[in-house]
Every structure is written in C-alpha cells, then in structure tokens.
Design a protein around this ligand. Structure first.
Ligand code: PLP
Length: 392
C-alpha cells in the first residue's frame, strides 16, 4: 500500500519518549499504586486550570460518580442532562438510584439548551442539579446554566471529558460549576490510557471525593506509609469505591499536561484548515467559524437535501477511501436501556434527532500530518461532488 492510500485512523494518542521515561521511572521505583506521582499530577493540574483542588481518578466516569455522590444525589432525585452524549454522563446518575432527566439540545452548539432547561424546571419536581457536557469541546451555555443553578438552588457539575484545555471567557471549561470532570481516555485531548481528573474549589466536596475514591478510608494510602503514626492505622468511614489513579498513569499524565497547550494549537490548526477548505461547501455545515472549541472532535453535518446519499453512506464511502470517521453520538434516549426504562420516544428530542441523523466526525489529532488532513478534506469534497443532487 503506498503512502497516499494508507488508512488515516480516526484518533491516535500522541505519546513520546517523555511518557515512556515517566512510566519507566515509576516501574523502577517500586511504588506502583497511587503515590507521589498522583499527588504531583494533582498539584500541577490545579495550578494549570486554576482550581483549588484536583483529584486524580481512574476514569472520568468514576469522577462523575464521585462528584454526584459528594453533591448528595440520592435515590429518586433527578439530574438534568443532555441526551446527546456518551452513556457515561447519564449512567452515573443511575448508579445512585437517581434519574437522568434529558432536555433537548440547541441545534447549533449541540449542547443543552438553557431555554428548554428553564421550561422543564417549571413543570418537573425533584431536580437536584444540572450536568451539562461540553460536547466535542464546544462550550455549553455555561453562564446561562450557572444563572439557572443560582436561581433554583441547584448544583452544576460539568462533564468536561472533551473540554481540556479550553479557556472560555478567562476561565477553563470544567472550572465554572461546583465541580468539573476531565477524561484522559485514549482518544481524549490529553491521555493516560484510562483516567480522569475532578476539579473543584469546594473543600468539603474535595474531602468527600478523596475519601470515597479509596474505599471510604479517611487517609490516603500514601499517608499510611509515610506518616509518623503506625503505618497499619486506617479508618473506614464509608462504603467507598476503588477509583484512585495509579502512579504509572499519573506520571504519563504529568508529561501529557506539559504538552496540552501544544496539542491544542495543533488541533486548532487542523480545525482552521478544515474550516478554510470545507467551510463554504453547499452540502456540509462545519462548526461555527471562529467559535471557541477545545477541538476534541471535529463534528460536521451533512445537508442531506443537497445530496443523493445519506450520512451512513457518506461515512461508508469515506471509510472505503481509508478515512477513519465516527458518529458522535447515538442519542441516549433511543438506546434500549434509557428508552425502555423511561419510555422515551425518538421524537421527544427533535433537535437531538435532527443533529444525530446528519452528523459525523472527521479525524483531528496532533499527530496528523498536513498530507493526511489535506487528504481528509479532499476526499470529503470529492464524495460530496460525486453525489451532489441535480449536478450529475
Ligand atoms: C461526554 C463523555 N463523558 C464522560 C466520558 C467518560 O470518560 P471515561 O472513559 O474517562 O470514563 C466520556 C468518554 O468517552 C465522554 O465522551
């Protein structure tokens, strides 16, 4: 296979010598679980995003669960969130016996629509908080949602899995609410393979999360082995979880954090290239030009009335040309679990369905070469041209 037709993966982590050496340093240290690397990663993360507390966990899913638990979510409570997300956002609400209350999205930003949130709050009781997602790295309407939170005395937890390291109006996304959770899953903007970080300025919340992430023990493992007290002494104060981040991952994360800004600039450059080359096409709608975005995903929508093929065929044709793509997201309310548990119908969230039917994501990651992203754009153009309605 020549270089020109070599498949372009949809996503690829950017890992170098620094991450390799960091992982080796931990392997050779004799301390494999949570310890000084995780502590340092948390400190460095806090000073990077400007949060009072950072808590490293083994996934964003774990982080979201811990936050909801610490925010007091209980059986029978409701938490407003978007149906246009990955299942992790909603499943953590179910972990606590509470119910996700889906509210439709804004069709431009693909994020929770604050006007719909306000409308729903007028008619539904038992809502404890808001759990918006910054989908693909696009900021949710965080100021409006914060206003709603204040007016209604709710909590605001940001699912910032896609949002690192976007600064939105002088503040990092993820630091606007009571707490925020980033993901370091393999495809995310920085990665530890699996992992996540909770950030909050609330000391009580941080204390509870810190206890619950490690079996409900009121001292961290590291303290047990380094304090002057008896090393065997610990107290279980709750039935907690096993959600701590091991030091190998934390050491990799520290190196990724140093590269976060550089990764972001590379993603942004690719997004600008896509906008320049695809932005004026009649059959495609690209993300809002100039709009702020962490560029975890480059989500485009097909104007299917302009084409003789639909999204599924378009994506298949791209794949046949070796261009990795994906569809984010199949709405949660049409997934069997949420549909059957809550009786949702597809038409309950019309904006979500409209976006879903025409959306797909193009590859965007720091390791892409100019030749690769140029080939992606040219292939999109040529498939669109070949199936343009009325022209052939
Ligand atoms: C929007 C969103 N929230 C949460 C998660 C969960 O992240 P993790 O895989 O780190 O648990 C994901 C994972 O892809 C996600 O896309």
């Amino acid at each position: 296979m020549n270089q020109k037709s070599k498949p372009i993966p949809f996503a690829l982590p950017s890992l170098g010598k620094e991450e390799e050496e960091a992982a080796l340093r931990v392997l050779r240290s004799g301390w494999l679980t949570t310890g000084s690397e995780a502590r340092e990663f948390e400190k460095e993360f806090s000073s990077y995003v400007g949060s009072r507390h950072s808590l490293a966990v083994n996934s964003a899913t774990a982080g979201l669960h811990l936050c909801l638990e610490a925010l007091g979510v209980k059986k029978g409570d409701r938490v407003i969130t978007t149906p246009y997300t990955f299942t992790a956002t909603a499943e953590v609400i179910r972990y606590l016996g509470a119910d996700p209350l889906f509210v439709d999205i804004d069709p431009e930003s693909f994020n929770l629509d604050p006007a719909s949130v306000t409308r729903v709050l007028k008619s539904v009781k038992g809502v404890k908080g808001l759990l918006p997602v910054h989908i693909g790295g696009r900021p949710a309407a965080i100021e409006e949602l914060n206003r709603i939170k204040e007016d209604r005395d709710l909590f605001l937890l940001e699912d910032a899995a896609h949002a690192f390291p976007l600064v939105y109006r002088d503040r990092f996304l993820g630091t606007w609410g009571d707490a925020g959770v980033y993901s370091f899953y393999a495809t995310k903007t920085i990665t530890t393979g699996e992992g996540g970080m909770v950030v909050t300025d609330n000391g009580d919340l941080a204390k509870r999360i810190s206890t619950m992430r490690l079996h409900g023990i009121d001292r961290e493992v590291w303290d047990r082995y380094t304090s002057k007290e008896a090393s065997w002494m610990y107290r279980v104060v709750e039935a907690g979880y096993k959600y701590n981040m091991p030091d190998i991952l934390a050491a990799i994360g520290r190196e990724q954090l140093k590269k976060g800004e550089m990764f972001f600039r590379k993603r942004k450059k690719i997004a600008e290239f896509y906008q320049k080359t695809l932005g004026d096409l009649d059959f495609l709608s690209t993300p809002t030009p100039g709009g702020e975005n962490a560029w975890h995903l480059y989500m485009v929508r097909l104007k299917t009335d302009k084409l003789s093929i639909g999204r599924d065929t378009f994506v298949k044709l791209l794949q046949a040309e070796g261009i990795g793509t994906s569809v984010h997201y199949i709405p949660l309310h049409i997934m069997p679990y949420y549909r059957d548990t809550y009786g949702y119908k597809p038409e309950d969230f019309p904006n979500t369905m409209k976006v879903f039917e025409s959306v797909f994501s193009l590859p965007i990651y720091p390791g892409m070469s100019e030749e690769q992203y140029t080939r992606v754009a040219e292939t999109v153009k040529s498939i669109g041209k070949n199936h343009y309605r009325g022209k052939r």
